[in-house]
Design a protein around this ligand. Structure first.
Ligand code: DGL
Length: 268
């Protein structure tokens, strides 16, 4: 595997750009090849079988493009398709999901006794966070709730305003969340509403999202595999499986700057 090859990164759509952004900030010498499967958005309401099918096809495309590492920048795909993608990669390159780095960060904080999780229906239904947290911290109480409206709400531009405050409040006043010490934002879109979520809880409640922990984990894996690039080899490429202008306009929200999206005919 050649260290100058790009890192393959994919999501159901453009929310995974929050992870891509964290990667470019920590590892500016790396080149990204991003795929957003906008043709099948949202993954959060699909069956596990459907998401596995989509994730495998995208991973196959990225492997054919000789990516040196794969990042599943989607909580739903990480929850239900990580093992399938990892077996496709068959130990030839690092495969990173957005769940394990956060689980490790939460488990490492021994002051936490009860944590909450919010994410898509498919992520919450999979109970993958509960399972992984229990392996590392059997003493930790974990409570979760699907917050199905939030990803679409953010994509439509509703965050940091009265509408988003009302919807977020409605979800977070779930009685089980009343005495949590930390909240895991188990969806790629939620870093954009991190401040609103923090404001709902007392300041001592810790909020975890996957962006920084995933970038750090990727850096660690690249070092382990001796795959760190020395310099950018070209421009990042961003593909979507169904192109619309509104997707392109929304990229700025998630990536911090406008991104040029290229159509990718993966499903024809
Ligand atoms: N990217 C998805 C996730 O992180 C959210 C959007 C969707 O449901 O496709 O779970």
């Amino acid at each position: 595997m050649n260290a100058e090859r790009p890192i393959g990164i994919f999501d159901s759509g453009i929310g995974g750009l929050t992870v891509a952004r964290a990667v470019t900030e920590l590892l500016p010498q790396e080149t990204l090849l991003y795929v957003g499967d906008t043709a099948h958005l949202p993954y959060g309401d699909k069956s596990a079988e459907a998401v596995q099918h989509y994730a495998l096809r995208i991973a196959n495309f990225l492997l054919n493009r000789q990516c040196k590492a794969l990042v599943i920048a989607c909580n739903t795909a990480s929850a239900v398709a990580f093992e399938a993608v990892a077996s496709l990669a068959a130990g030839r390159l690092p495969v990173i999901n957005v769940i394990d780095p956060v689980v490790q960060a939460v488990a490492a904080d021994s002051s936490l006794h009860k944590v909450g999780i919010i994410g898509t229906r498919a992520t919450i239904r999979s109970q993958v966070y509960e399972r992984k947290l229990r392996q590392l911290r059997p003493d930790l109480e974990v409570v979760s709730q699907a917050t199905a409206l939030l990803a679409g709400m953010i994509e439509a531009g509703f965050y940091n305003n009265q509408v988003s405050h009302a919807i977020i409040k409605n979800y977070l006043r779930y009685p089980d969340f009343a005495d949590i010490q930390a909240m895991i934002l188990a969806c790629t879109h939620y870093p954009l509403i991190r401040t609103e979520i923090q404001a709902f809880f007392p300041p001592e409640v810790r909020i975890f999202d996957s962006t920084a922990p995933v970038a750090l984990q990727l850096a660690h894996e690249l070092d382990t595999w001796s795959l760190r690039a020395t310099a950018r080899t070209g421009a990042h490429q961003f593909f979507v499986t169904d192109f619309t202008d509104s997707f392109e306009q929304t990229t700025r929200l998630f990536f911090g700057e406008a991104v040029h999206l290229e159509p990718l005919a993966l499903w024809e």
